[in-house]
Design a protein around this ligand. Structure first.
Ligand code: FES
Length: 107
């Protein structure tokens, strides 16, 4: 397998409904991850783009959290329906401004 050009990290950490702390798993993180995986396969991009699910990326209250490497584009409030736009922007080296991680401290 060639070295991927782009890695997309998707937080799927799930603290459960009873937790007082927000988590991406409660905000569609896993469905987002699966949609990105499906899209990369459908578009024949698996050698170029590696989609990886992760634990907490420390922006829990602004999730679902995504980071695109090596560009270091941080996104917040990402939903499964945003996957196509996010993937297209990653391939073009662009930032999706409407999904830019809002400012705030790491949590
Ligand atoms: S639970 Fe996703 S960033 Fe913390």
């Amino acid at each position: 397998m060639p070295v991927p050009e782009i890695q997309i990290l998707v937080c799927v950490n799930d603290r459960g409904e009873e937790s007082s702390r927000a988590s991406c798993g409660q905000r569609g993180g896993l469905a987002l991850y699966q949609r990105l995986k499906d899209l990369t396969r459908e578009l024949g991009l698996r050698d170029r783009v590696l989609v990886t699910r992760t634990g907490c990326l420390r922006h829990c209250s602004r999730g679902a959290t995504v980071v695109v490497w090596p560009a270091q584009h941080w996104y917040g409030g990402v939903a499964p329906g945003d996957a196509g736009e996010l993937l297209e922007a990653a391939l073009e080296g662009r930032f999706v401004e409407r999904l830019r991680m809002p400012p705030g401290p790491w949590e």
